[in-house]
Design a protein around this ligand. Structure first.
Ligand code: ADE
Length: 238
């Protein structure tokens, strides 16, 4: 697990953040929160709204780790975020999962980051970033209330879509990952470094194999509605 953390948690942080990489993933939550555009840090729209008793800010992070990390840091600094929930799609890595399953991440890692071999060369190994236990349990409970197929699991993140069975198999044998996506571990790391509780739900659109692109296109709209609905239900129950 990670051993370093520079906490700059703002005293009066009360706002919940809901983030997704793509507009299609964020849209259903934005509608549920009746959110309106508030600012454009780094050229990315941030929306403010309300869900149940909570003020929420919603943002599209953009795709990939760098954009997602930058937008997350900007949100934390400008909006005094108290908790952050990320949601969206992923490719299945663990062969036991069906497309349609929603993975609530317990821990996340960058699968395309390495420091030569293990701890030998630079003193650090690769570290899984933990999600917040309480917020993750609240996401799982919201999934059960909605009757959705939610499962806790391990998420691997890298700066490329995986659409190749050999790569999927490597992610399974090396990490025992449940699913792969492109932003989660970066957002988790930024939240961790800032002391902001983080949770994530990823709906499986594809099997990260040669048919992944077609499968993703076919399912992304429905999966986005489901995982955004899950995040909204979770906020209502907080
Ligand atoms: N998001 C959805 N499917 C994915 C895949 N196969 N690889 C990376 N990110 C994804």
């Amino acid at each position: 697990m990670l051993q370093w953390q520079y906490a700059i948690t703002p005293d009066a942080a009360m706002t919940l953040a809901l983030v997704a990489a793509m507009a299609i993933e964020l849209e259903p939550a934005r509608k549920a929160a009746r959110a309106v555009e508030d600012s454009r840090p780094l050229g990315q729209a941030v929306y403010c709204g309300r869900i149940g008793a909570h003020d929420v800010v919603l943002a599209e992070t953009g795709m990939g780790k760098v954009r997602a990390a930058a937008v997350t840091q900007a949100l934390i600094e400008r909006y005094g975020i108290s908790r952050l929930i990320m949601f969206g799609s992923a490719g299945a890595v663990n062969p036991k999962h069906d497309v349609g399953t929603i993975i609530v991440g317990r821990q996340l890692i960058q699968h395309d980051f390495s420091l030569f071999s293990g701890r030998a060369m630079l003193g650090w190994g690769r570290d899984w970033v933990p999600a917040d236990k309480r917020l993750s349990a609240q996401l799982l409970a919201a999934g059960k209330r909605l009757g959705l197929p939610v499962a806790p699991g391990r998420i691997v993140t890298g700066d490329q879509p995986v659409a190749h069975d050999e790569t999927r198999q490597r992610l399974w044998s090396e990490f025992r990952a449940d699913c792969v996506e492109m932003e989660g571990a970066a957002v988790a790391m930024v939240c961790h470094l800032n002391g902001v509780p983080f949770a994530i739900a990823r709906g499986l659109t594809d099997r990260a194999d040669a048919q992944a692109v077609r499968a993703f296109r076919r399912r992304i709209r429905d999966v986005s509605k489901q995982v955004a609905g899950l995040a909204v239900e979770c906020v209502r129950g907080l």
